[in-house]
Design a protein around this ligand. Structure first.
Ligand code: CA
Length: 356
C-alpha cells in the first residue's frame, strides 16, 4: 500500500519508458519523468489518526497519551470535546465522567438521578480536581481493557481543548513534525437541550489556534447531521469536515445513519462534508473471517468525492471478521481503499503502512 513517496516511486519503472524512446523525443521523455513522477508522488497516503491519543498505552485524552501518539508518528491526534458548566471545552470522550475519573469518590452528592456524573455539572476548576485513569466499568470497577495502563489514579488530569492545542503546536515546533488535529464535537443536540451551545465555542478556539481552512491540518467531526450542516452553513466553518456514521440505526438526535451510508445518502452530504468516518463494521461486514465481505461503502463514498476514515483499530479487541491487526489493515487499506484509520495503537498502524 502507498505510504508517502517511497512506495509510489517504488512502483515507477523507468525502463518501461526508456523501452519506447523512438516514439518520443528527449524533451517529451523529460516531461514524462519530471511531470508525472511528482504527480504520482503527491497522491495521498492513508493517514494515521491517533484515537484519543495513543490510548492503547496511556489513559485516553491525557496529554501524555497525545505526546506518545505524536512520537509514534501519527498524522493526526483526535480530541473528543464536551463542555464544562462554565462553557469551557474539555477533552473527554463522554458526557459523563465517572468511567475515566475519580469523581464518584470526590463529589459523591453531585450525581444526577440516573446515577451518572456529567462534565456539564462541574466547573473547570472542579474538573481539574479530578484524576483521570484508564477507562473502567462503573458497575464492577474493573478496567474495560485489562491489558492496558494499570491504575493511573493520580498522574493524569482533565485537559481543556486550549491546553491540548497549545501542547500539540508546541510539540510540532520542538520536533519539526507537523501533526494535525481531529476534533469531534460531542452531542451538540444534547448540549443544547441542557442550555449550552457547544459548536460556536469550539469553532472560535479552532480559529484562535489557526485552524480555519481546508489547507490547515484539521478535520472537524460530528455524528449529528443537523449540526454538521449548521457548522458548514450557519457557523461558516471553512475547514475540512467529516460526517461520522454509526454502524447502527437512527441516532437519538434524528440522524438517519442507515440512509447516510447508502450511495444516495453519501451523494447528498458530499456538498457539505469532505469525508466520512464509518465504523469498521460498515466497511468489512460479517461476523467471522469466513463470512466477511467488503461492502460498497468506500467505493460509493469515493464516487461522491469523499475520503473515508473508519474507526477503530484496537489491537487488543479486534473485530470478529479478522484474525490480526495486520489482516484488518490489509483489508481496510488494500482491499477497501480507506484513506485513513482511527487507531488506539498508532505505532501498529504506522509500522504496517511503512512496511508496505
Ligand atoms: Ca471520537
Amino acid at each position: 500500500m502507498m505510504k508517502g513517496k517511497d512506495c509510489l516511486i517504488g512502483g515507477f519503472q523507468p525502463e518501461r519508458i526508456i523501452a519506447i524512446p523512438k516514439l518520443m523525443n528527449l524533451r517529451f521523455l523529460f516531461f514524462i519523468i519530471y511531470g508525472l513522477v511528482p504527480m504520482w508522488a503527491s497522491a495521498e497516503s492513508p493517514i494515521v489518526i491517533a484515537h484519543r491519543g495513543a490510548s492503547g498505552y496511556i489513559p485516553e485524552h491525557t496529554l501524555e497519551a497525545k505526546a506518545m501518539a505524536h512520537a509514534m508518528g501519527a498524522d493526526f491526534l483526535e480530541q473528543d470535546i464536551v463542555l464544562s458548566k462554565d462553557n469551557i471545552p474539555v477533552v473527554l470522550h463522554d458526557a459523563h465522567i465517572d468511567t475515566v475519573t475519580d469523581v464518584a469518590t470526590k463529589f459523591t452528592d453531585r450525581k444526577r438521578e440516573d446515577g451518572r456524573y456529567y462534565a456539564l455539572d462541574f466547573t473547570l476548576s472542579e474538573l481539574k480536581q479530578l484524576r483521570v485513569s484508564e477507562r473502567f466499568s462503573t458497575k464492577t470497577g474493573k478496567p474495560v481493557y485489562p491489558k492496558r495502563f494499570p491504575g493511573g489514579k493520580g498522574q493524569f488530569e482533565i485537559v481543556t481543548l486550549e491546553e491540548e492545542l497549545e501542547f500539540i503546536q508546541a510539540l510540532n515546533q520542538s520536533t519539526g513534525r507537523e501533526v494535525g488535529i481531529y476534533p469531534e464535537i460531542k452531542k451538540p443536540a444534547w448540549h443544547r437541550e441542557q442550555g449550552h451551545d457547544i459548536s460556536p465555542i469550539v469553532l472560535s478556539i479552532l480559529d484562535k489556534f489557526g485552524y480555519r481552512t481546508k489547507e490547515d491540518a484539521c478535520f472537524l467531526q460530528c455524528f449529528e447531521i443537523a449540526e454538521v450542516k449548521r457548522i458548514r452553513k450557519e457557523l461558516g466553518w471553512k475547514g475540512q469536515l467529516v460526517m461520522l456514521l454509526s454502524g447502527g440505526g437512527k441516532g437519538k438526535d434524528g440522524t438517519d445513519h442507515p440512509h447516510l451510508r447508502t450511495k444516495a445518502g453519501l451523494k447528498e452530504i458530499s456538498s457539505i462534508v469532505d469525508g466520512i468516518g464509518p465504523s469498521i463494521g460498515s466497511v468489512i461486514a460479517g461476523k467471522t473471517p469466513e463470512d466477511r465481505k467488503i461492502t460498497e461503502l468506500v467505493k460509493h463514498a469515493h464516487a461522491a468525492g469523499l475520503v473515508v476514515h473508519p474507526y477503530t483499530l484496537r489491537a487488543d479487541e479486534l473485530q470478529g471478521t479478522v484474525r490480526s491487526a495486520d489482516e484488518l489493515m490489509d483489508l481496510l487499506f488494500r482491499e477497501a481503499g480507506a484513506d485513513g484509520l482511527f487507531t488506539d495503537f498508532p505505532d501498529v498502524t504506522v509500522e504496517w503502512l511503512e512496511s508496505q
